[in-house]
Design a protein around this ligand. Structure first.
Ligand code: PHE
Length: 350
């Protein structure tokens, strides 16, 4: 008996075991191979005839053979004892396990995740969700938002014009623009729907600026608008505080700083207390203890009038925040361009 014969016998016995599907077959296997008079015992007897130098190696391999066959035999025994899990033939219990990795199903982009969370919070606060076009006319992006005709925000530096050559002497040839903010959706909503209005308006906005770690040419904003009888700045503050606590954590404080927007009066920039250091000052808040999250204010009477809503009867507040900026704060992302580069090493972290 050579070593090779031992290997061959091992493969043959294991192969035979593999094909066994019933208890009687297994019993027959045991009788012919695993008893005192079986094949394996006979091979151990044959060891006597193996030359002295090969004996230790042959003995070792025979032991391995016996151990393997006995292990598989026991496995088979318990599988057969457990009985068929499903009707016979539909599943092959002896089939090797699948080793091909199951493809990952994918998941939400960090911006979508942030936006969906914001929408969920505002929906709980009673806000509807509205959308508007990304290509706008001057009237909705600027005029009805109370931008004077010579306001610098209409300047080429900020605005992408869809039709670049313009005859400025003809008002009706004013170009279409890529909306520079989501505020025109406020106008469209107020033109269409009379108060009470309570809605958020998420979407993309565009600005013709050099792209950098902090600003991108295309970015996302979320606008909010509430118009009704007796709406006040206190309502704005309450809603924003509730949002900030749900989104950034229950300890977060907010503060309002006077600011300017043509379409709100008074206007306020809103900061949250830095949720990293709790307001003590750290790298993220540049030691100020505060992080700016949005612009807001009471809707300017001119804006209400331009949409056919009587400012003597109704008041309203509006706010607008950058979704990208907020997501960057929330997840500690330092470069806005990471959102658009589709680098899986970045995206897989969310
Ligand atoms: N539209 C403003 C911007 O893009 C944000 C804003 C919205 C401010 C609503 C006040 C009210 O910066």
């Amino acid at each position: 008996m050579t070593l090779n014969e031992i290997f061959l016998a091992r493969e043959r016995l294991l192969g035979e075991l593999d094909t066994i599907a019933t208890a009687p077959e297994l019993e027959a296997f045991k009788l012919s191979h695993l008893t005192r008079k079986g094949t394996i015992a006979a091979m151990f007897d044959d060891l006597r005839a193996v030359p002295k130098e090969e004996k230790p190696q042959a003995g070792k391999e025979l032991n391995v053979l016996r151990q393997l066959v006995e292990e598989r035999f026991k496995e088979k025994e318990s599988v057969l004892a457990a009985g068929p899990a499903t009707p016979r033939g539909s599943i092959d219990l002896t089939m090797p396990a699948r080793t091909v990795p199951v493809p990952e199903p994918g998941h939400e982009h960090p911006l979508a995740k942030t936006l969906n969370e914001m929408i969920a919070i505002f929906e709980r606060l009673g806000f509807a969700v509205e959308y508007g076009p990304e290509i706008e006319d001057d009237e909705h992006n600027f005029s009805k938002l109370n931008f004077p005709p010579d306001h610098p925000a209409r300047d080429m530096q900020d605005t992408f014009f869809v039709k670049p050559s313009v005859d400025w002497t003809h008002a009706d040839s004013l170009p279409l623009v890529l909306r520079t903010h989501t505020s025109p959706v406020q106008i469209r909503l107020m033109e269409r729907q009379k108060p009470p209005i309570r809605a958020i308006m998420p979407g993309r906005a565009f600005r013709n600026e050099a792209s950098s770690a902090r600003s991108a040419v295309a970015f996302f904003q979320l606008e909010g608008l509430v118009v009704d009888r007796g709406v006040s700045m206190a309502d704005l503050k309450g809603v924003l505080l509730s949002f900030a606590r749900q989104f950034f954590g229950s300890d977060v404080k907010i503060r309002l700083r006077p600011s300017f927007f043509p379409f709100t009066e008074p206007s306020a920039e809103v900061d949250i207390s830095c949720y990293i250091c709790g307001g003590k000052g750290c790298r993220v808040c540049k030691n100020s203890g505060w992080l700016e999250i949005l612009g807001s204010g009471m809707v300017h009477p001119n804006v209400l009038s331009a949409c056919g809503i009587d400012p003597e009867v109704y008041t309203g507040y509006a706010f607008g925040m950058g979704i990208d900026r907020t997501a960057m704060m929330r997840y500690g992302i330092s470069d806005i361009r990471d959102f658009f580069e589709n680098d899986l090493r970045f995206l897989e972290q969310f």
